[in-house]
Design a protein around this ligand. Structure first.
Ligand SMILES: [Zn+2]
Length: 476
């Protein structure tokens, strides 16, 4: 039997384990760096499957690596399992329905993400065992993707240095390559002024709130003079208090600075710092600027992406059946007329069927092949897979875990991730990543080309967006 057919068969045998991991992690729904039960569940499954598991890597309690096999090539697979605040949601219910007593929920589908990643590694293990080929599979448990820069800390601790290639995925509404995504910094500005009676002795006060407002105005003017692909957002962390008759002695802002490359974020951040200092000068206050963390841009590696794309197409998209289509129709009915119309147009086009046909089976099963255009496209979201993509040739795909048009970070996304729609999306990507890995073990010569492409992009340079001294979980 060829490896493609064998991987498909093994995936079928392991489907139950993958679904079970998704449901367990979905029910635990734990926040970044607190994914204790989720990590315990996933590592237990890996150990039962014969992996050597190392827990607490990179000094993070909920990070881990499971290893099987020996020698080169070494292939990595990335898994996540953190949930989001205020997105608790009962699986399969097509209206907002938080689970009582639960604050967090899998509105980004990371329960599927972890299950699919562990599943891929488990399938690869069976393949390595049977084929007798040399090679190692390492599956990484990566905490706190949403808010904590988990993988950036793991990169800093050299967790991925020995990888020859890396595969990852993200739950979404379709099956395709993850495009380039932007880098970003998270920066805090604390202004300190002098309190006074705003009515009685305003001349004695120096307002930290005024400084914040002037800084925001300055940054508004800056926005016209930065590249159009950059984004600068802000929020007040401290508005100085509730009393207008007290000059605000303290006030703080949080800024996100996004751009297609970390170096571009640096340039914009330097200009924002000058504006903050200018605002402090104008108001005779002081400003303390703290970079709390950041992420690098994601670089899709052409060779690795082509291998994963071909493998995904060969193994096929998710095997959704009547149960999943019936569930999907419930969520389609719950959409607004406008959103439903859009979903049907997109779904019909992608799957090459009529809108009417798609309305009966409203889930994407077709895999869109990788092409150079995914390297030119730019997603304005960010992911900490970006930092791994600087260290080793990395491919990242999405697989369908919900109906088209379902936005991530929503209750609808969570509701579908926790059903068999989420399970089947995870199983499909698991066998795709497993087959991609098998092909690299069978022909390791592809690694050289992949590494050359990475070098051409980065010249071997990587700088961590995490300042020294910042610990995982700080400033979240
Ligand atoms: Zn996510």
């Amino acid at each position: 039997m060829d490896s493609k057919a064998r991987i498909h068969e093994i995936a079928e045998q392991k489907a139950g384990i993958i679904a079970d991991m998704n449901h367990a992690v979905f029910d635990y729904a734990e926040y970044g760096y607190k994914e204790f039960k989720s990590a315990a569940k996933l590592t237990q499954v890996l150990e039962d499957e014969g992996f050597k598991v190392e827990r607490g890597i990179a000094g993070i309690e909920t990070a881990f690596v499971g290893t099987y096999g020996s020698g080169k090539p070494v292939i990595g697979i990335l898994g996540e399992y953190d949930a989001l605040p205020n997105l608790s949601q009962k699986a399969g219910v097509a209206e907002p329905c938080p689970i009582e007593g639960q604050k967090y929920g899998h509105g980004c589908g990371h329960s599927c993400l972890g299950a699919g990643a562990m599943g891929a590694a488990i399938i690869v293990k069976e393949f390595l065992k049977e084929s007798g080929l040399p090679g190692t599979i390492k599956v990484f448990g990566c905490p706190a993707e949403e808010t904590g820069f988990g993988k950036c800390f793991m990169v800093k601790e050299h967790c991925f240095d020995d990888l020859d290639m890396c595969f990852s995925w993200h739950p979404m509404d379709g099956n395709m390559c993850f495009p380039r995504s932007v880098a970003y910094y998270k920066v805090r500005f604390d202004f300190k002024g002098k309190s006074a009676h705003a009515g009685g002795a305003p001349e004695l006060g120096r307002s930290a709130l005024d400084a914040c407002e002037l800084m925001n105005v300055g940054v508004n003017y800056l926005r016209e003079h930065i590249i159009s692909t950059a984004r600068v957002h802000y929020a007040y962390l401290d508005n100085g208090g509730e009393a207008p008759n007290i000059v605000q002695a303290h006030a703080s802002l949080l800024y996100f600075v996004r751009a297609p490359r970390l170096a571009l974020c640096d340039e914009i951040l330097e200009r924002i710092k000058k504006i903050a200092q200018g605002a402090a000068l104008m108001t005779e206050t002081e400003v303390k600027i703290t970079v709390l963390g950041g992420l690098s841009d994601f670089i899709p590696n052409p060779t690795a992406s082509t291998i994963l794309s071909d493998s995904f197409i060969a193994e096929g998209g998710p095997d959704f059946g009547e149960e999943e289509f019936a569930m999907a129709r419930k969520f389609l009915d719950a959409m607004s007329d406008e959103d439903r119309a859009k979903a049907l147009v997109t779904g019909a086009r992608i799957n090459g069927i009529s809108e009417e046909e798609f309305s009966k089976r409203p889930l994407n099963t077709t895999v869109i092949p990788y092409s150079e255009k995914f390297r030119e496209m730019l997603s304005t979201g960010s992911t900490d897979v970006g930092d791994v993509s600087y260290i080793t040739p990395t491919a990242q795909f999405t697989a369908a875990t919900c109906i088209p048009g379902t936005g991530s970070h929503t209750w609808q996304f969570a509701a579908q991730a926790g059903t068999s729609i989420g399970d089947k999306g995870s199983i499909a990507i698991a066998r795709a990543m497993a087959y991609a890995s098998a092909r690299v073990y069978e022909d390791p010569s592809v690694i050289e080309q992949a590494k050359k492409e990475l070098y051409d992009e980065t010249q071997g340079k990587y700088r961590s967006p995490i300042p020294d001294g910042i610990k995982p979980g700080e400033g979240m």
